[in-house]
Design a binder for this molecule. Structure first.
Ligand code: ADP
Ligand code: MG
Length: 597
């Protein structure tokens, strides 16, 4: 688990140029241009109002407040109207930025999530072999959140903060140049210190997140294997493992809070320094006669206006960095090319002559998942409609052989042909539509029994679904369920027995009506009785279809027209049961070992 997280983190440092990342990121604003510019406009108005406030105060002080009481009272009406108006506008802008700015971020996040999910559907098996999907999904979900934060706060923060800081300094310079110069230097020094501190805090924070992932992994592993834990009395050891993860997390958490404390203290110091400079420096210039007392007050107000944007910008570097890193990881997943895809100009698998439908040929097939070759020149010819039993030692390559037919993986050498056509030359949709697979593990989707059977052919009528269930010997038990076909199955079909789930899976394939069938240890996980019941429906299913069957039951193997012994990535022997026994080779040896004399 944790190694997977590391892999994902490490992968994020692949070469992607920053320019490409930003271009792609900005592309996601495309559909929301209106919102984006409205958001920026509101940000400008908001910053302008905040900057104007001390100016108005300055103006009114000179115009009214330093005059007679009558003049002051006479001006209050105007001041009231103006301020109410300004703050009404400011409030509206604030609402728009917070509400619609966030909604824009959420839209963009939804678009990215849509693209990501589509990409997950597109990626090939080999990708899933290399990545832990659970960890990936969680990682990318948190990435997407970081990205949407950046999407929203990016333009707004950068705009408001920059405008306020630049605006304040410009106005301060207009009031008094030497004092503002000192102020500028103090600001730069303090901001740099603050930034450095925040940077350290972020490093600790990242460590923090990794250790949290460690805790999650420990919990998941331990709860996932709770049956093993309990049956081996491993509770104390599990607690100990968890204690370590928990303490490691607490440790970095404490460190991160030390930095957080220091960061906030630094900001307080920052403010203190600026106000001290204002008062002492200001006093000095007042004494010199170069600064009016009213201007000094205005000066103090502007300090309040630019101090928080400076802090916000420092904090924003974190949002920026997290959002950027998240988007880059997102992009890498999106840029991953599926290993198996339609060739340009691929046509549908042709409807061959009915008598010839489903002729399967493996021609000198070479295949490796990674470095080690698994299939080394495997050849096998299966006539249309025939049943071939693949037998051989575990790990010999039987499942792999079957996986190449629907192109779960592509061969590295040689070819796999259906009805004389290379499987790589036809569309994946038509190819997979022609092949039905029943495996040992059945996956049932959350939904009703009907939905699960209908997955075999979306749009099938109720009558067809019932007929498929009947063929699969599933009708009687489905009808006995509380809501019949409308009974919901748990997320993994928890409320059905293995044999029942298997029969639903078989009904699914009946409904699909493929010309080729792959039965990979379909009955291995079942007890003898369910196995016999299901064998009957499998026999029914394979009638008239080319069938590749991997099984351990002698009767199943024996009744196949062709038995192929797969060992070391080759077909080392093939023929009928009797022929192979007579030949007295590998199969005969295997047979004697498995089933006695
Ligand atoms: P069989 O079905 O005959 O037991 P498999 O085809 O499942 O054999 O496996 C053949 C070899 O390929 C084994 O050495 C196995 O470890 C390896 N293998 C199977 N699936 C994968 C995979 N997804 N990734 C890497 N290696 C695999
Ligand atoms: Mg296998």
């Amino acid at each position: 688990m944790s190694s997977t997280t590391d892999d994902i983190l490490r992968e994020s440092y692949a070469e992607v140029s920053a320019r490409r990342v930003w271009a792609r990121f900005i592309g996601y604003y495309g559909p929301y241009k209106g919102l984006f510019f409205a958001d920026l406009a509101c940000a400008c108005v908001l910053a302008a109002i905040d900057l104007a406030f001390p100016q108005f105060l300055n103006f009114f002080t000179k115009e009214f407040f330093l005059e007679t009481p009558e003049r002051i009272l006479g001006g209050l009406g105007l001041i009231l109207l103006l301020f109410l108006g300004l703050y009404a506008v400011r409030t509206a802008c604030q609402f728009f930025i917070t509400c619609w700015g966030h909604i824009m971020g959420a839209y963009m996040e939804a678009d990215m999530r849509r693209d990501l999910f589509a990409q997950f559907q597109r990626l090939s098996f080999s990708y899933y072999d290399r990545h832990n999907t659970g960890a990936m999904m969680a990682k990318v979900t948190s990435d997407l959140f970081d990205i949407s934060e950046l999407a929203h706060h990016g333009p707004e923060n950068l705009f408001i903060c920059t405008l306020k800081i630049i605006g304040s300094f410009a106005l301060l310079f207009m009031i008094n140049v030497p004092l503002t110069a000192i102020m500028l230097v103090a600001t730069i020094v303090m901001a740099a210190l603050s930034f450095a501190l925040n940077y350290r805090r972020r490093t600790v924070f990242r460590e923090n997140r990794e250790r949290m992932a460690g805790i999650n992994a420990t919990v998941q592993d331990s709860l996932g294997g709770i049956r093993v834990v309990k049956s081996f009395g491993g509770e104390a050891a599990e607690r100990e493992k968890f204690r370590n993860a928990n303490e490691a997390f607490l440790d970095t958490k404490k460190r991160s809070y030390r930095f957080l404390g220091a960061f906030h203290a630094m900001n307080s110091l920052f403010m203190g320094v600026l106000y001290t400079v204002t008062v002492v420096g200001g006093g000095y210039f007042v004494a010199q006669g170069t600064l009016a007392v009213t201007d000094l007050a205005i000066y103090a107000l502007y300090i309040g206006i630019f101090i928080s944007p400076v802090e916000q910008l420092i904090n924003f570097t974190e949002t920026l960095q997290k959002g950027y890193a998240g988007f880059r990881r997102f992009m890498e997943v999106l840029d991953e090319h599926p290993d198996v895809a339609n060739r340009p100009g691929a046509a549908s698998l042709a409807e061959a002559d009915p008598a010839e439908r489903g002729h399967v040929e493996y021609r000198d097939v070479q295949f490796a998942y990674d470095a080690d070759p698994v299939l080394r020149g495997l050849s096998l010819d299966i006539p249309a409609g025939a049943t071939v039993a693949l037998v051989g030692p575990s790990g010999g390559g039987k499942t792999t052989t079957c996986s190449l037919l629907p192109r779960f993986y592509d061969v590295n050498g040689g070819a796999v042909l259906i009805d004389g056509v290379d499987v790589r030359d036809v569309t994946l949709e038509s190819l997979r539509g022609a092949i039905g697979i029943v495996q040992q593990d059945v996956y049932l989707f959350a939904g009703t029994v009907r939905d699960n059977i209908a997955y075999g052919r979306p749009g099938a009528t109720d009558a067809e679904i019932v007929e498929a269930a009947r063929c699969a010997n599933a009708l009687s038990f489905i009808e006995a369920l509380p809501q019949g076909f409308d009974t919901r199955v748990g997320e993994r079909g928890a409320r059905l027995s293995g044999g029942q789930k298997q029969r639903i899976a078989i009904a699914r394939v009946f409904l699909r009506d493929p010309r080729i069938l792959i039965l990979d240890e379909a009955t291995s996980a079942l007890d003898n009785e369910s196995e016999r019941a299901i064998q009957a429906s499998l026999d029914e299913l394979s009638r008239g279809r080319t069938t590749l069957i991997i099984a351990h039951r002698l009767s199943t193997i024996r009744s196949a027209q062709l038995i192929a012994v797969v060992e070391g990535g080759r077909v080392v022997e093939q023929g009928t049961h009797d022929e192979l026994l007579t030949a007295n080779g590998t199969y005969a040896r295997y047979y004697r070992m498995q089933f006695g004399e």
